[in-house]
Write a protein that binds this ligand. Sequence first.
Ligand SMILES: [Ca+2]
Length: 355
Amino acid sequence: MARERSPALWLHTQPSVTRKMPVCHRILLLLWLLHFSSVYSDITDGNAEHLKREHSLIKPYQGVGTSPSSQWDFWGSTLVTSQYVRLTPDERSKQGSIWNTVPCYLKDWEMHVQFKVHGSGKKNLHGDGFAIWYTKERLHPGPVFGNQDHFVGLAIFVDTFRNDLQGMDRSFPYISAMVSNGSLPYDHGKDGRSTELGGCSVEVRNKDHDTYLAVRYSKGRLTIMVDVDDRNDWRECIDIGGVRLPTGYYFGSSAATGDLSDNHDIISMKMYQLMVEHTPEEDNQDWTKIEPSTILMIQPEIFGAHPSLAGRSSHYFCVPCWELWFMRLLVLWSFRSVRRGTRGSTKHLDFKELD
Ligand SMILES: [Ca+2]
C-alpha cells in the first residue's frame, strides 16, 4: 500500500504567517508580495488536484522500459523490480537514471517522491546521493549525480556525501535546489553551494520507515517539503518565489556512487496537477518558450553593463553587484521572517489508502 497526500492543503495554513510579525517585517513582506503578486493567489481548494498517471512512476512500474510506448525510460545501473527502482546498487562507481518520456505541459504541479537511501556504509562513508530533475533534456548521463552538467531546468539534489570539508556549517545529507538555463556548472567540490537556491539538512539514510520528498511549483514559487521522520508530516525545506520554469520539460531521477556507495531507490514518483487560476496575459504566453531563471539570475540588458561582468558568455548570470546582493538579503530576511512564523506549525496533511 502506498500513501497519497492532499498537496493543496499546504497553502491553507499560510494566512496565519504574518500574525506575529513585526511591522517592519510586514512591510518588507508586503513589498515582496507586490513584487511577486501571484505567489499567494492560488485557488486550490484541496479537492481539485489530479494524479497525472502519464507523469507518475508507480508500482509495479508497468510502462517502464525501452519500447516506443513506454512512459519511463531508464539507463545505466538502474534496476527495475516490482517493488522499487534501484538507480544504483551499494557498489562503487555506479550511475543510473530513470526518465519520463512524456514532456510535462502542466503549469502548476506537485511531484511526490517516495525514496529509500540505504547501504552498509557507516557514518560519512557513503555516497553520493540522488537528484530529481525537471529538465529540457533527458537521458544525458554525466557527472551531476549521474546526469549531465550545464543542464537546463530544475534540479533537487539529495546529497549524502560532504565534498567540501570547509563547509562544516551544514550537516549531510543535505537537500538543495538549483535552477539553470545551461550556463551554470554544478560544483561538486563545494556540494553545489554557489548555485543553490536554498537547502536543508535531513537525515534520510537507513530508515526503517518510508521517506518522502515533495516538489511543488506554482505561479513562480518553488517549495520543497520532506517527510522522513515517520510522523506523516511535511517539513518545509525550501520555499522561494521568483522562479520561472517552462512547460514541456521532462521529469526524471538519477543517482551516482563513487569511491563510496549506497542503494538509491525510487519507490514512486507521483505527479499532481494543481488547479490554479492565471491571468489572461499569463494564459496567452507561450510557456514552452520560458527560459529557466530565478530572481538571482538577471538579464544584463535590464541592469546594464557592469565591469565585473565583462567576458561572461552566458545570457543569464548571477549578478555580483552590491545592489542585487542587497536585494537578495532583503528577500532572504523577509523569508526568514515568514519561516520563523511557520515554524512549529508543521502542516498536517490528510492521508488515504491507495490501492
Ligand atoms: Ca556532495
